[in-house]
Design a protein around this ligand. Structure first.
Ligand code: FES
Length: 150
């Protein structure tokens, strides 16, 4: 099958089609932005965008993605010298401690702001409710979200 990731097409001739997208991204395409956390669809570390909406890559067999557009953390920046505003806001607000959840937080917020550019604090919290951070940088993450939409 052909898989579209970050506006590039990849032929997956040697990949078992039931393989979760997360494994294909990390093991076959060397795109390591999405992280393996729980592998159960519960932590959000593996979040990518599918057709612009946040999705858990550990739960998506690649066979379900023919003809769909996958965007990973690596595909967010508009060019080589600028980051996506949400990525930049995470740096500016130092919104990571270990950073393992950061991919999921950023991808979820990018998806949210595409639909709701002026999302309220409550909507931001609701969108991030199932993205887990165990370090406790929740306040910085919320500040980064507010900065990104400003
Ligand atoms: Fe996919 Fe936790 S690794 S949700």
């Amino acid at each position: 099958m052909k898989l579209q990731v970050n506006n590039k097409y990849y032929l997956l001739d040697d990949v078992e089609l039931s393989t979760p997208l997360l494994y294909v991204l990390r093991n076959d395409l060397a795109l390591n932005g999405a992280k393996f956390g729980c592998g159960l669809g519960e932590c959000g570390a593996c979040t990518v965008l599918v057709d612009g909406k946040p999705a858990r890559a550990c739960q998506l067999p690649v066979s379900t993605l023919e003809g769909r557009a996958v965007t990973t953390l690596e595909g967010l920046a508009p060019d080589e010298t600028h980051l996506h505003p949400v990525q930049q806001a995470f740096i500016d607000e130092q919104a990571a401690q270990c950073g393992y959840c950061t991919n999921g937080m950023i991808m979820t917020l990018v998806g949210l702001f595409r639909e709701k550019p002026n999302a309220t604090r409550a909507e931001i919290k609701s969108a991030l409710a199932f993205n887990l951070c165990r370090c406790g940088t929740h306040m910085e993450i919320l500040q980064a979200a507010e900065r990104a939409k400003a």
